[in-house]
Design a binder for this molecule. Structure first.
Ligand SMILES: Nc1ncnc2c1ncn2[C@@H]1O[C@H](COP(=O)(O)OP(=O)(O)OP(=O)(O)O)[C@@H](O)[C@H]1O
Length: 267
């Protein structure tokens, strides 16, 4: 089998200014301002209905802002100069196409070697000829990742992609996404309900509330990150209590150190 390599794509920098989205009387995003560096891994958290998916849909060009806009590397987002891929909780594979054909969906020419390369990157080389129904939920999400990778995206938008997976598969997928991000250098926005996931994987965590970025928290932990680590646990705890608080509440003081042994049960 001929295999090719996917070229590393440098991530795109985003400048979001005054981004507003109203649905009828409801203002979901309200003059949201945000700067994201090229190649940054950003997690977006917030209460259900706060507008996380709306933000991703606007960035993916699947929805249009009521006002305000987004510039990517200085150009308006919709100029189509760079590739953006969006991945959902559900892999959205076509059941009548093989795994390989799902990865190469919509591509023309000699796409098969690239589809094999993308499948190899997500550890599914042996499954190329199977049908989606023959895969586990985690494997289906890997296929969805491979389908995104084959386009060598500069911006990867992940809308709760691991939400339906069991805890261990979820951690494996987080590690895979982190490896792929480090190898390819794309910019990532990951929407998640899971504060631990955000701390495990992101450079920076944003809390969306009242239509804006209510908290913008750097995650200064070395990689690879260990969930049993005291600093990890403290940051997670601080973030969780802030997410659960009312808007405009300050970040709480750090908790006293916790012995790592006491945290092992959570792994
Ligand atoms: N197409 C639409 N028409 C009308 N209202 C919409 C539309 N899309 C989203 N909304 C509303 O906008 C608000 C934000 O929705 P969004 O899906 O962005 O929230 P979310 O933070 O991703 O929520 P969750 O965490 O539950 O997925 C919700 O109140 C939702 O009902």
């Amino acid at each position: 089998m001929t295999q090719t390599h996917l070229e590393p794509a440098l991530g795109v920098a985003l400048t979001i200014r005054g981004l507003t989205r109203r649905y009828g009387e409801q203002t979901v995003l309200d003059h949201l301002d945000l700067d994201i560096r090229a190649g940054e891994f950003v997690a977006v958290v917030g209460r259900s209905g706060c507008g996380k998916s709306t933000l991703l849909r606007l960035l993916a060009g699947l929805d249009t802002p009521t006002s305000g806009g987004v510039r990517a590397d200085g150009s308006p987002l919709d100029t189509g100069h760079f590739d953006t891929r969006l991945m959902f909780q559900d892999a959205r594979l076509l059941p009548w196409k093989t795994v390989l054909a799902n990865v190469g969906l919509g591509l023309k020419g000699d796409w098969q070697p690239r589809a094999h390369a993308a499948l190899a990157e997500v550890g599914l080389s042996e499954h190329a000829g199977k049908w989606p129904s023959q895969l586990s939920g985690g494997q289906r999400q890997r296929v969805a990742l491979a389908r995104a990778l084959i386009h060598e995206p500069q911006l990867l938008l992940l809308d709760e992609p691991l939400g339906a997976l069991d805890a261990l598969t979820r951690i494996e997928m987080q590690q895979l996404i982190e490896r792929l991000w480090r190898r390819h250098g794309f910019t990532v926005l990951l929407v998640t309900h899971d504060v631990e996931e955000a701390v495990a994987i992101a450079d920076r965590v944003l809390l969306v509330e009242q239509g804006r970025v209510g908290l913008d928290l750097a995650v200064p932990l070395a990689r690879p990150r260990r969930r049993g680590d005291v600093h990890f646990a403290l940051l997670q705890e601080r973030l969780l209590s802030r997410v659960l608080q009312q808007p405009d509440a300050p970040l709480p003081e750090p908790l006293p150190p916790i012995a790592p042994a006491a945290l092992r049960w959570a792994l």
